[in-house]
Every structure is written in C-alpha cells, then in structure tokens.
Design a protein around this ligand. Structure first.
Ligand code: NAD
Length: 352
C-alpha cells in the first residue's frame, strides 16, 4: 500500500510518529507492505516552501493508495495569497472527499458518563457553511461594509444524495438505524431538501429504521441516550460540531478518529485540531490518528478486495481497546502514559 504521510502542526508530528509505529507493527503482524513518503504541510511547509501545501502534493496523493494528514493550525492560515492555504480544505475539495466518517464508541476501562454507545457520524464534507470550499473561485464570506458580513451556505442535491447513500449503506452494514440531523424548521429550503433526499435514499435500503432530529435537540438526545444511535447523517458544520461532542462523550476528543473518503481517494485525519496548548510535551493522545489510519486500511482493503488490510484495521482497533482496558492511557483519559509510551503499548499488542 502506497501511503503519503503529512504530519502537520502542533501535536501532529508526535501523533503521526506513533501512528506510523503502529502501522509498522500491523505490517509485520498481517504480512502487509507499506511504501511510505513523508512531506511537510502547514507551518513547516510555509517556512520552507512559502506555502502550507505544495501544489505537487496533490499529484503525490493522487498516485498513492491513501494518505494521512495530521492536524494543522488552520486558524493561523488567513491569506491564501500569502501561501496560507488550509491543507484540510485543499485535499477535501481537490479530491472531492465528500464523506467524513467519524466513529465514536465507549471503551472498557474508561468511565462512560452518559452510558455505553457505538455510533458513527457521517458528515458531508465538501460544501455547507464552509466558506473556503463553496465556490469555484473566491470565498463565500463577504464584508459588505466594515460592520456587515454575509456568509453563504451552499447545499446541493448531488452532495446530499451521495452523503445520504454513503450513510445508508453504512447503516445497512451495521445495526440498520439511520438518524438524520438537520435544521429544516429554520433552513426550510436547504435542510428541507437534505431531509427529503435522506428519506428517499433510505427507501433503497430494506429494513433500515430512520428517524429525524433537529440539530439543537440532538445535543440533548446524544447526551441523554447515545446508545439509541447507530449511524447519524448530517450536513458539514453540524457534523463537525456533533462529532467533537460524540468523541468527548466516548472519553476524549483524543479518541476521535475520522476518514475523509471520496470515490477514488481517502484521507485519514484525526477529528481534532493541532492542540497547540499541549504540543511538544508528549501528552497528546495519539488514538485519534491511530484509529483514523485503521479506517484508511479498512477502506483500502474493502476497495481492493484485500482482506488482510481489513483484518489489520480490526487488529489495530482491538489492540487499542485492549491497551485501554488494561489501564494504559494518556492523561486526557485519566492515565499517566505519554504519547510515545501509549503508542508503543498499542504497537506491542498489535505485533502480538
Ligand atoms: P483542538 O481540537 O486542537 O483542541 C481542543 C482541545 O482538545 C484542546 O484542549 C486540546 O488540548 C484538546 N485535544 C485535542 N486533541 C487532543 C489529543 N489528541 N489528545 C489530548 N487532547 C487533545 O482545537 P483548537 O485548540 O480550537 O484548535 C487548534 C488549531 O487546530 C486551530 O488552528 C484550529 O483552526 C485547528 N484545527 C484544525 C483541524 C484539522 O486540521 N482538521 C480541526 C480543528 C481545528
């Protein structure tokens, strides 16, 4: 499997190094071969190449079987004319990675303040309220006067259809429950269309139970009884917010894995940001990126009909759960292991 690895900013390099050690262990356990290329993105690339993402990286990741993007300091990147491009946006938009799949589950060995659950947030990834990806050229936020700003939200039938079908197909392979999260009472036209399309898509998946919840009420429902949810489909910004909540309810934002998938390409990327408040201190939880990398292996194995990659993905998930169940944990989970030591423990279990 040809992999491109882009460690990113803040805690990115620390959690990426650990993730690569876990993949190395999975390779020896499951007889896989990785061909790995690593490049700078974010601040390191800006300093060295005058841009946060070199344009040639697009070709490199297109030729690869998948890639790993560490978190980047996107809030710092304000002016594309100065090379400050949001790497996450760049790859999601350029490669049409329309489905952001963010699982969250509780773990044996960790407190579950709202009870046990196992769900997946499926978030539309290429339009919505994200001003930097809605237009072919330019951004969809406008300063009308010094005191008046307009931010546009784009919702299209195509993007609704493909995310709805991705979520339905996933739910059909799991517990066959789909929850559509929306705000069609206020965003009557846009979310009205999203909701209608989700309802229609679900009719193509026999046995799928569908419910619909307004996004504000969803914040209460997911805290009150997360066990009732299986697959949750929603638009871009709602999914971004909801999935940070579900990750934290599972124990920590540091457990938030995510895959950004299109028809031909996929990018593993933790759900969280570059966490500058804890960067460089060997205390970040690498589980988010380890789980994301496992999702990438599973995607690759399923797409290329190579069951060993799927087995390796399951092995990594199981090893991480076993490490936590045995009391090995980083500080955010109430443990005392550093990033590297926790990753090493997971890698040892993966290796067997
Ligand atoms: P953040 O997600 O980086 O951090 C939020 C909180 O969670 C912080 O207290 C942080 O220490 C903690 N946290 C995050 N990941 C953790 C981990 N793996 N282990 C333990 N604790 C963890 O959000 P922020 O601080 O608001 O943003 C920091 C930067 O990241 C900003 O520049 C923001 O724009 C960027 N960002 C990038 C992405 C991305 O690259 N996909 C996503 C979100 C935010």
């Amino acid at each position: 499997m040809k992999l491109v690895v882009l460690p990113g900013d803040g805690i990115g390099p620390e959690i990426t190094a650990v993730t690569m050690a876990v993949l190395d262990a999975a390779a020896s356990r499951h007889g896989l071969a990785f061909e790995i290329e690593q490049h700078d993105v974010g601040h390191a690339s800006l300093a060295r190449h005058g841009t946060t993402v070199r344009p040639d990286l697009l070709e490199q990741v297109r030729r690869a079987d998948g890639f790993i993007l560490g978190p980047t300091a996107t809030f710092d990147f304000k002016d594309e004319a100065k090379g400050q491009i949001n790497p996450s946006k760049f790859f999601r938009k350029s490669l049409d990675l329309f489905a952001n799949v963010r699982p969250a589950r509780t773990y044996k060995g960790l407190k579950a303040p709202v009870g046990d659950f196992d769900l997946i947030v499926v978030r539309e990834n290429t339009e919505g309220f994200y001003a930097d990806r809605n237009l072919e050229q330019g951004g969809s936020e406008m300063l009308v006067t010094r005191d008046v700003v307009i931010s546009l939200r784009r919702i299209t039938r195509l993007c609704c259809e493909r995310i709805a079908h991705a979520a339905c197909a996933l739910a059909a392979r799991r517990r066959k429950r789909l929850t559509v999260v929306h705000k069609a009472n206020v965003l009557k036209i846009a979310d009205g269309m999203f909701l209608e399309i989700c309802r229609e898509a679900a009719t193509h998946y026999p046995g799928l139970a569908v419910d619909e919840i307004l996004v504000d009420a969803m914040m209460a429902h997911v805290v009150r009884n997360p066990a009732r949810f299986d697959v949750i489909v929603t638009t871009n910004m709602f999914g971004d917010i909801l999935s940070d909540l579900t990750a934290e309810l599972s124990g920590s934002l540091g457990l938030g894995g995510s895959l950004n998938a299109g028809l031909a390409h996929a990018m593993a990327q933790a759900a969280h940001g570059s966490a500058p408040d804890i960067a460089g201190r060997d205390i970040a939880n690498p589980a988010s990126l380890i789980l994301s990398a496992a999702q990438l292996l599973e995607w690759h194995g399923a797409r290329r009909d190579q069951p060993r990659f799927v087995e390796a993905a399951r092995g990594i998930d199981a090893a991480l759960a076993a490490a936590i169940a045995a009391g090995h944990a980083t500080r955010d989970l109430g443990g005392n292991l550093g990033t590297a030591a926790f990753g090493q423990r997971v890698a040892e279990i993966v290796r067997g």
